[in-house]
Design a protein around this ligand. Structure first.
Ligand code: ATP
Length: 303
């Protein structure tokens, strides 16, 4: 970067601009970054999502140091099913999502979406069909509008405003003013622009994913940046977001996923239990222990 500063102003601007974008996107809510080792195969076809079924078949994967991190993993997520992924820190929950996005290639087995091996489809098409809201919600150093349209650049203003309303981001966007006097949707986000709270960033993130309208969603502790009042307010928009989609949600606070169709409990890279909250409590295994630890022994879930 220091060497870049010695170059002409134009190159400095361009290169810094690119670095900035890559940096913010990598940390951002829409993971489009990828290790350079993952490339489209010759003749890769666009993924065609018809139902939204996700299937992990005998999957083996490790990052290098953790040999055999994920081994023999089988999981079928039915079209429209909502799965809560649970397990202790380091169990491999985020890793499972990383390999579903094909940020890394597998060592064995396959992951298929509607029967198509994700290793054989174009990465662009795979990532366009998966909406991601993660716990580190950082946005691009662009306008609010650009941030919203990022998932679907061709969307109309009407569609954008509808997504914003559903995510309840209409409560604050019109009021925003950046340092240079740009307001609302034109306000610049980031260091030189408006600073959004964690909850506001999350609502922009949810609006963006609503607009993207991807049939498959990954939610990684999606309400973590919100205080309890904001969390209650946004629960409804998350329900709207999830309606009719295939969802895999990771949560550390089990109360946020206890009502999902099915819970999948991971430990040390393996699935050790699956079932509904009630089934897993009755089973009295790892989930029941984690639940009791978080709730102080209370086993019910609020309706
Ligand atoms: P947490 O609940 O803390 O988020 P997790 O269940 O999501 O944990 P992962 O983040 O999937 O767990 O991590 C599983 C293992 O892989 C850990 O040992 C972690 O240190 C390692 N790991 C995660 N990401 C990488 C990476 N990019 N490169 C190398 N190792 C990694």
């Amino acid at each position: 970067v220091i060497r870049i500063h010695n170059m002409s102003g134009w190159i400095m601007w361009t290169v810094n601009g690119i670095f900035e974008d890559i940096g913010t996107v990598q940390d951002g809510i829409e993971t489009i970054s990828k290790p350079l080792t993952v490339v489209d195969r010759d003749g890769a076809q666009p993924l065609q999502v018809t139902q939204g079924e996700v299937r992990f078949e005998n999957v083996h994967f490790h990052y290098g140091k953790d040999a055999g991190l994920i081994a023999d993993l089988d999981l079928q997520v039915k079209p429209g099913e909502k799965i809560g992924l649970v397990g202790p820190s380091g169990a491999g929950k985020s890793t499972l999502m990383n390999i579903l996005l094909r940020l890394y290639d597998l060592e064995g087995g396959r992951i298929a979406v509607d029967g198509q091996d994700i290793a054989g489809v174009t990465q662009e098409s795979l990532r366009s069909q998966i909406g991601v809201v993660t716990q580190d919600t950082s946005l691009l150093h662009r306008s609010i509008r650009d941030n919203l349209l990022y998932g679907r650049p061709g969307a109309s203003d009407e569609e954008m405003l509808e997504a914003v309303r559903k995510a309840r981001a209409d409560e604050f966007i019109p009021e925003l003013v950046d340092g240079e006097g740009r307001v609302g949707y034109e306000a610049l986000v980031g260091e030189r622009g408006v600073k959004l709270s964690g909850g506001q960033r999350q609502r922009v993130a949810i609006a963006r994913v609503l607009l993207k309208n991807a049939p498959i969603l990954i939610l990684d502790e999606a309400t973590s940046a919100l205080d309890s009042e904001a969390e209650a307010a946004i629960q409804e928009s998350l329900e709207t977001l999830m309606a009719g989609k295939t969802v895999i949600a990771i949560a550390h606070r089990l109360s946020t996923i206890a009502r999902m169709d099915r819970l999948v409990v991971m430990d040390k890279g393996r699935i050790i239990e699956t079932g509904t909250h009630e089934q897993l409590i009755a089973r009295d295994g790892l989930y029941a222990r984690l639940w009791k630890r978080q709730t102080g022994g209370f086993v019910g879930v609020e309706a």
